[in-house]
Design a protein around this ligand. Structure first.
Ligand code: GLC
Length: 543
């Protein structure tokens, strides 16, 4: 059954949908080879529907040596055999649509794998017709103002290629050479990739690493005008033929720079809100709302028809690129006390361990996210409070098998445990005995059931959550008071970020509103006196 779409005709589906990032390799293995696959995703669509998911984002599922877990594509037109076939993928789309869910996939524009035939040809000789498809140079001192992103591994954005005695440019791993977008053939090749998958029925793309498409001397090679021009061309193509499909920008940049990716409403439909995410964690740790308010005060207005995508965690490290050096050191000291919990400029841990495994804090974080503007994205497994495995390298510790049950391999796979792509989490706190879908589905107090009810509540009040946002003053510094205003009326959410119970008289403007019946959020109203449990919230409405 599909959920009712929001009423306001100007409101587009992606501006308030519940998104869910699902790692195909990690979700469900249907054929017992130890790797999750697309047929496994189909098996679990009912689960996602039960949770209330409206749009699934699949990280790359294409042919790849998997050195960067699929973000190193060696053929954009072939589904990785571990994941299944093109027919399986088409079936995922059909089955998801039948359940009222949309499907977006990653579009990795900036680079390919060094195993891609384009690159093999490009590196074969300086005169290869594909030479200019990548960025080659006689020296490694061009574009020296460009930062290195995978700081823990890479020492330069250039790698020397002995065969042809030139360097090639890469913003990520050495094995991910950047495509040269100054070459019109490259521009066309990637448009063709998009068209191919749109024809198969997908609902859009999460566009990977957008800011880095072009290089120009004397700049930091990020957010260049040329990158925006090309993105607009992609948007025009979508608008002409697939007007309901979206492009979601992964641009980990300061607010003013991200703002540019919305253009005049003619570039990206959506962009991740990177600056907000770490500030939610800061606010939770400090028990003070200030960091969240500051992040939103610095958020520029965005054009009609566009929207933010908000998140707490994803498949990468919790990036701290958008905070100051001092804030980063503090975040590391509280959230990544062990050096191996850190990666590049971030923290490679999952939501539940970050919040001390405390379901009240996890639900508070989600209620905050859901009451702010934007469409929230959940990361698979966080809805049941899955843990991480910091013994695994890189970002693998947050990409372990989904924990469906306390049975063999957490119900993820029938393979021999030694054959799993990664081991299941098995520690005392977050291991499969304590954290799994099956037991949470039958326990009405579980995190899963609470998430499900929160999502249902949000959908029920969606018309109130699509308008503007304001923050109300005059509360304890631990109370985040969010007011959303739309044609439907006002919705106010009060969130207690602290470990203390709080009681206070409601100011007159809220006092006249009707509380939403949501006792498990940890808030009560006694005449005009509000009581908030530690980490509790209260919601009010006025139509
Ligand atoms: C994006 C992805 C990340 C990947 C990188 C290079 O940041 O989220 O997982 O490693 O791009 O493609």
């Amino acid at each position: 059954m599909s959920e009712p779409r929001p009423e306001a005709p100007s409101h587009r589906w992606y501006q308030s949908a519940i998104f869910y990032e699902l790692y195909v390799r990690a979700f469900r293995d249907s054929n017992g080879d130890g790797h999750g696959d697309l047929r496994g995703v189909i098996e679990k669509l009912d689960y996602l529907q039960e949770l209330g998911v409206e749009c699934i984002w699949l990280p790359p599922i294409y042919q790849s040596p998997l050195f960067d877990d699929g973000y190193d594509i060696s053929d954009y037109y072939v589904i990785h055999p571990d994941y299944g076939t093109e027919a399986d993928f088409e079936q995922v789309i059909v089955e998801a649509h039948a359940r009222g869910m949309r499907v977006i996939t990653d579009l990795v524009l900036n680079h390919t794998s060094d195993q891609h035939p384009w690159f093999l040809e490009s590196r074969s000789s300086r005169t290869s017709p594909k030479r200019d498809w990548y960025v080659w140079s006689d020296t490694d001192v061009r574009y020296i103002d460009t930062r290195i992103i995978f700081l823990d591994v890479e020492t330069s954005n250039w790698t020397y290629d002995e065969a042809t005695e030139q360097y090639y440019w890469h913003r990520f791993y050495t094995s991910q050479p950047d495509l040269n977008y100054d070459n019109p053939e490259v521009q066309d090749a990637m448009k063709a990739v998009m068209q191919y998958w749109l024809e198969k029925g997908i609902d859009g793309f999460r566009v990977d690493a957008v800011p880095y498409l072009y290089e120009r001397e004397g700049t930091n090679c990020e957010n260049l005008t040329e990158t925006h021009d090309y993105s607009k061309q992609l948007r025009t193509m979508l608008d002409d033929r697939w007007p309901d499909a979206i492009m979601l920008a992964e641009a980990n940049q300061p607010p003013a720079d991200v703002r540019e990716y919305f253009g005049d409403g003619d570039e990206f439909h959506m962009a991740f809100h990177f600056p907000l995410m770490p500030r939610i964690f800061m606010a939770l740790e400090l028990e003070e709302v200030r960091p969240i308010l500051e992040a939103l005060e610095r958020t520029p207005a965005i054009p009609d028809g566009t929207g933010w995508c908000t998140f707490l965690r994803n498949h990468d490290e919790l990036t701290l690129e958008m905070v100051t050096e001092e804030e980063r050191q503090w975040m590391w000291s509280v959230y990544a006390p062990e050096p191996r919990m850190r990666l590049n400029l971030g923290i490679r841990r999952r939501l539940a361990p970050l919040l001390g495994g405390n379901p009240r804090r996890i639900m508070l974080a989600n209620r905050i996210l859901f009451s702010l503007p934007g469409s929230p994205i959940l990361y698979y497994g966080d809805e049941i409070g899955m843990g991480d495995d910091i013994d695994l390298p890189d970002r693998h510790g947050v990409r372990t098998p989904m924990q469906w049950s306390d049975g063999l391999n957490a119900g993820f796979s029938e393979a021999h445990p030694a054959d799993l792509y990664l081991p299941v989490i098995n520690d005392d706190t977050f291991g499969i005995a304590r954290v799994n879908v099956a037991s949470q589905q039958t326990d009405s107090d579980s995190l899963f059931q609470q998430m499900k009810r929160l999502i249902a509540l949000v959908k029920q009040h969606r018309p109130y959550l699509t308008g503007s946002v304001a923050f109300l003053n005059g509360f304890d510094p631990s109370v985040l008071a969010v007011r959303r205003t739309s044609e439907a009326g006002d919705l106010v959410a009060l969130h207690n970020l602290s470990a203390r119970p709080l009681a206070f008289d409601l100011p007159a403007p809220i006092g006249g509103m009707t509380p939403i019946d949501y006792p498990e959020s940890g808030g009560r109203l006694e005449s005009s006196r509000a009581e908030l449990d530690p980490y509790g919230s209260l919601f009010f409405l006025r139509s």
